[in-house]
Design a protein. Structure first.
Length: 308
């Protein structure tokens, strides 16, 4: 309970995750604070925050709790083998391609495991992973900045491009610098994304310390590209966008001085069981240089594809 409240910083959400009443959560935390002798959380009508001693206790407890949970999961997996069901989500077309190739390699090794494939969106991907709706998420690995998540191996690094309207002044450029973000509104992504992901994809300032003007917020990648096409702002994207999302109203301009975007699997640290480890190992097989999988592939596993 203590670790869940430290992650949520909200008694209501903590109670919902633990299937308890808010009063029960509050009483348990107060009892623990009486045992320790000092407050672990600062509570007001507007927020809940960890005290310095509370943060210290959480930092010391989390590795031990994770270790216990992982040991239990290992024992369960050892008894079951790599069977059962694995729910794998992805964000965007390139993540979907990486996932499919991992599914092919995984299925040839573990045909008794059913893989459910779920498409997630910008605004719910990390939340669905944290809440346990998916076991593994294929995404920009910076999305692992949320507490309790682990980023796996980088499966693909790709150059960045800037999506602009075909009528935009930058549309005909051979390449641009990331500094141009100071001169045009920047379409915004999900507000609750991890801070390091926000700073990387939707920076507030350019490398030369000029402010970046915030454009409208989009709830999905498709919506963001439509806002770009409407001239409402520009959007940094991976190089794959030009191949997977070609639009007559949108141009993609290379950004010559931006770091690459790195894609890979992410999972809950406490869910590092045998199935997850086996799938991540399969994902490390060469990805985009392999031919696309087809339903006729002999090593295809049993799939259950679920939308949303």
């Amino acid at each position: 309970m203590l670790l869940v409240l430290a992650d949520e910083l909200h008694f209501g959400r903590t109670a919902k995750r633990l299937r308890l009443t808010t009063g029960r959560v509050s009483q348990t935390i107060k009892k623990l604070e009486r045992t320790v002798g000092v407050p672990l959380f600062e509570r007001t009508s507007r927020h809940v925050r960890l005290t310095p001693l509370g943060r210290q206790l959480i930092d010391q407890l989390r590795p031990h709790v994770n270790g216990i949970q992982d040991a239990v999961q290992r024992a369960i997996d050892a008894g079951r083998g790599v069977g059962g069901v694995l729910r794998v989500g992805f964000v965007g077309a390139i993540a979907g391609q990486l996932l499919l190739r991992a599914v092919g390699a995984f299925g040839s090794r573990h045909p008794d495991c059913v893989v459910h494939i779920l498409e997630t969106q910008w605004n719910d991907a990390v939340a669905r992973l944290v809440d346990g709706d998916v076991d593994i998420l294929f995404a920009d690995i910076l999305a692992a900045g949320h507490p309790g998540l682990t980023a796996g191996p980088v499966l693909l690094s790709e150059p960045r491009m800037l999506a602009v309207s075909v009528d935009h002044a930058l549309a005909g450029m051979e390449s641009v610098s990331v500094a141009v973000l100071a001169e045009h509104p920047l379409i915004q992504g999900p507000a609750d994304a991890p801070s390091q992901y926000q700073a990387d994809r939707f920076p507030r300032r350019t490398p030369d310390d000029r402010p970046v003007r915030q454009g409208p917020r989009a709830g999905s990648f498709g919506e963001a590209l439509t806002l770009v096409a409407a001239g409402r702002g520009v959007l940094p994207v991976g190089e794959h966008a030009a191949r997977f999302y070609p639009r007559p109203d949108t141009a993609y301009v290379p950004v010559h001085d931006a770091p690459p975007i790195r894609w890979g699997p992410i999972w809950r640290t406490t869910n590092a069981g045998e199935r997850v480890r086996a799938f991540v190992q399969a994902a490390e097989q060469p990805a985009l240089d392999r031919p696309a999988l087809t339903p006729a592939d002999s090593d295809a596993p049993r799939l259950a594809v679920t939308g949303g």
